[in-house]
Ligand binder design. Structure first.
Ligand SMILES: Cc1cc2nc3c(=O)[nH]c(=O)nc-3n(C[C@H](O)[C@H](O)[C@H](O)COP(=O)(O)OP(=O)(O)OC[C@H]3O[C@@H](n4cnc5c(N)ncnc54)[C@H](O)[C@@H]3O)c2cc1C
Ligand code: FES
Length: 290
């Protein structure tokens, strides 16, 4: 965990592409070269222009892809329009301007020794696509397990296939209703994949908290590392408002007898935006996460 100087900046970004991807949307934003390249698992805060913003506060979004271009880079996002802010975001067209603050938080430690296993649940696939691309860039083989409630919610599957082809890794899918891939959830998929994977495994996951809780439990029982991208409602994204607390486990609380360093929260709660959003599973108290 680093408590060093944050490397985020707020920049004006331009919408390059906005298109429906099944039940979700894909958004490409051009940011200037002053913006630090994000790593997989990090996120940004997107603030809409005043005239188009019914939500007041910015909305956190995981980076799903990064492409360098002359004069800066293009950040890709895969998102679900669920409320005021994301519906307004979906209404923006090419050329529209937004403010982007980032990159924020800590991403996945993809350098850890072991076989990387990427687990994605529903729209939680967004940062996992970026993680797969980064592993491919580093020439590392990975296992990609992708689950959703039904085939319509396996958005991003084609992107995952494309990346995995380069990587030479394996992609397996499952759905709760069995409409595509195996019937069941990603933990069932993990269980079935384990016998042919070289240990130690290092799990990296993003999805609904219920799924992450199941992954955390599996990792604990099998004695392997799991790095989980958590979500919380956020306001500032930089540790100032104290609005995104995640309960620390008893082990993690012992690390901070005097309290946590500034911006990381306190002894009892970690701030999701600055200490996460990616946490090692043993850092959190899963009994108190819903
Ligand atoms: C670090 C991080 C990364 C994220 N990455 C993505 C992403 O890649 N793609 C994506 O689609 N979404 C992502 N989200 C969730 C996204 O930020 C929320 O869906 C969004 O803020 C909702 O804003 P809204 O104004 O549309 O909804 P609101 O009108 O504010 O709320 C609509 C409903 O969504 C709920 N809600 C709001 N924020 C969250 C949240 N963070 N988690 C769960 N429920 C929430 C509200 O309680 C309410 O029920 C991420 C969130 C975090 C914290
Ligand atoms: S969102 Fe403000 S402290 Fe995390």
């Amino acid at each position: 965990m680093s408590t060093g100087r944050p490397r985020w900046k707020q920049v004006t970004a331009t919408v390059r592409l906005q298109e429906p991807r099944g039940v979700h949307f894909w958004l490409d934003l051009d940011v200037p070269s002053a913006f630090t390249a994000p790593s997989p698992g990090q996120f940004v805060q997107i603030l809409l222009p005043p005239a188009a913003n019914p939500a007041l506060l910015p909305r956190p979004m995981s980076v799903a892809s990064v492409r360098k271009r002359s004069g800066g880079m293009t950040l890709g996002f895969l998102y679900a329009p669920v409320g005021l802010g994301t519906h307004a975001l979906a209404a923006l067209r090419g050329g529209a301007r937004v403010e982007v603050l980032g990159p924020l938080g800590h991403g996945f430690p993809l350098e850890r020794k072991g076989t990387p296993v990427l687990l994605a649940g529903g729209r939680g696939v967004a940062p996992m696509l970026f993680a797969a691309a980064e592993l491919a860039r580093r020439g590392r083989r990975a296992e990609f397990l992708f689950g959703a409630r039904d085939r319509d919610h396996l958005v991003g599957l084609d992107d995952a296939h494309r990346t995995l082809r380069v990587l030479g890794g394996r992609l397996q899918v499952c759905t709760d209703d069995g409409s595509r891939g195996r019937r069941g959830n990603v933990v069932d998929l993990l269980e079935s994949a384990v016998p042919r994977l070289e240990t130690p495994l290092v799990l990296h996951a993003c999805g609904p908290h219920a799924m992450l809780k199941a992954v955390a439990r599996w990792a604990l029982v099998h004695g392997c590392e799991a790095w989980l991208a958590m979500e919380s409602v956020m306001a500032c994204g930089t540790g100032v408002c104290r609005g995104c607390p995640m309960p620390r486990s008893a082990t993690a609380r012992r690390e901070f007898p005097e309290g946590a360093p500034s911006l990381l929260g306190n002894r009892d709660y970690a701030m999701c935006c600055t200490e996460g959003p990616v946490f090692e599973s043993r850092a959190l108290d899963w009994e108190r996460i819903h």
